[in-house]
Design a protein around this ligand. Structure first.
Ligand SMILES: Cc1ncc(COP(=O)(O)O)c(C=O)c1O
Length: 445
């Protein structure tokens, strides 16, 4: 036994190795491309401790989940209280107050008149619900989505995902899905880096998708306000307004996938708030309950009520423990002004990373909103050839220096910085220093 910082008693390296061994024997790890060789024994705020006692600064937050920080005390207190009352209540009776309270809280923070929620357990389940709602409300069956998108790993959500690597060997996929180009300023088919031109062309392509790829029976357009797995792609400011004009012309609903961009991550409570449009349906998960599994699909009442009683259900959906955690999580976000904190800290990180870009030729692009930040690595700045090996080496070197970052992008060449929003300024500086050293080492490789 060894003492961790903050007085935690941590286990030994024997547990570390034995756990990895057992994992490899009994847990299907094939779903991740490269698993970090860390056995998390404890986590708090932006810090996690390995079972061998090593301390890490967590700059990936369990893939953008622990936005309020690992094990926020107010979330823990709410969960403990709920545990003493009821754990599961099922959907065929009115749920415990926490469920209705959580739905009310979501209605208060959601944009526009999105006020009625269906609860599920994962992001993918939330997206499936949104697709079903859009079909029920419009009586139509087709969808328009974006290249570079990621919406989950069920059959329907993979069908609307624009990433070959994620879709490999999962087909056949749904018919009636059309793809428009992602508003990716650094890489796009239009040969321009001008955000306004990208926004205009990409919105035109949504109209093209309606006209040339569908039968005109389009229920909804679905997009992530800031694209996460695709490599932290921030659309130009006018993109969603332009797209919304197209959608309105054709009576098509807009589904915002806020699974990754929601809950303060981008510097606003929801990513779409940066773009001056209101979705018809919005899907939340990941950061909604500070680590407890929950998804919420919120819609205008007339859309939410278009599913008839009994048409859609989830046994564990709206779990009271997760709902209690979500309420506390939202209260923490508002009281501690975490979206504003993310905006301030994100600007500081971006400024420092842009300085690094002046010194490290491997950096092709730095982009982000709030604490949803990507560093796109390239072999060569002129050709912009993606450099996935460099990205995974940077991730490894950072880990060896005690800092965990993520990797994403279509080819795995984007280093992702998505820490808990409670990360301190000093911790940010430490993370940036590690990135700096890792990029220097990669240049020497
Ligand atoms: C934007 C987005 N949508 C949907 C999902 C799927 O969420 P889950 O893994 O909880 O099913 C993810 C997961 O990374 C995501 O980033």
């Amino acid at each position: 036994m060894i003492e961790g910082r903050a007085g935690a008693v941590l286990t030994t390296s024997h547990d570390h190795d034995a756990t990895i061994d057992k994992y490899q024997r009994y847990v299907a790890t094939s779903f991740v491309k490269s698993i970090e060789p860390i056995v998390v024994a404890r986590a708090e705020g932006a810090t996690i401790w390995d079972a061998d006692g090593t301390e890490y600064l967590d700059c990936f937050a369990g893939i953008a989940v622990a936005n309020a920080g690992h094990r926020h005390p107010r979330v823990l207190a709410a969960v403990r209280e709920q545990l003493e009352q009821v754990i599961h209540a099922a959907s065929y009776i009115y749920h415990v107050p926490a469920v209705a309270d959580c739905a009310e809280r979501l209605a208060q923070i959601a944009p526009g008149d999105l006020t009625k929620t269906f609860f599920g357990n994962s992001g993918a389940e939330g997206i499936e619900t949104a697709m079903r709602l859009a079909k029920a409300y419009t009586g139509r069956h087709e969808f328009i989505t974006l290249t570079h998108s990621f919406h989950g790993r069920t059959n329907a959500t993979l069908s609307i995902t624009g990433n070959k690597a994620r879709k490999t060997r999962g087909g056949p996929y749904l018919s009636g899905i059309a793809f428009a180009p992602a508003p990716y300023v650094y890489r796009n088919p239009f040969g321009t880096d001008d955000p306004e031109v990208v926004a205009e062309r990409c919105a035109e392509m949504v109209e093209w998708a309606v006209t040339y790829q569908t039968s005109g029976d389009v229920a909804a357009f679905i997009a992530e306000p800031v694209m996460g797995e695709g490599g932290i792609l921030v659309p130009p400011a006018s993109y969603f307004r332009r797209v919304k004009e197209v959608l309105d012309r054709h009576g098509i609903l807009f589904i915002a996938d806020e699974v990754q961009s929601g809950f303060g991550r981008t510097g606003r409570m929801f990513g779409i708030e940066h773009f001056g449009v209101t979705p018809d349906i919005m899907v939340m998960a990941k950061g909604i309950a500070d680590g407890f599994p929950l998804s919420a699909t919120i819609a205008r009442p007339e859309i939410a009520d278009s599913l008839r009683p009994g048409e859609h259900l989830s046994t564990f959906g709206g779990n009271p423990i997760s709902c209690a955690a979500a309420i506390a999580n939202i209260d923490v976000m508002l009281d501690e002004r975490l979206p504003e904190e993310a905006a301030r800290k994100g600007e500081w990180v971006l400024r420092q990373l842009r300085d690094l870009a002046r010194r490290h030729d491997s950096i092709g692009d730095v982009r982000g909103l709030g604490l949803m930040i990507g560093i796109e690595l390239v072999e060569d700045r002129d050709s912009r050839e993606p450099a996935p090996a460099k990205a995974s080496r940077v991730r490894q070197l950072c880990r060896e220096a005690g800092v965990l970052v993520g990797v994403g992008g279509q080819t795995g060449n984007v280093v992702r910085f998505q820490p808990p929003l409670v990360i301190s300024d000093a911790e940010i500086d430490r993370a940036v220093a590690s990135l700096d050293q890792a990029l220097a080492a990669v240049a020497d490789d």
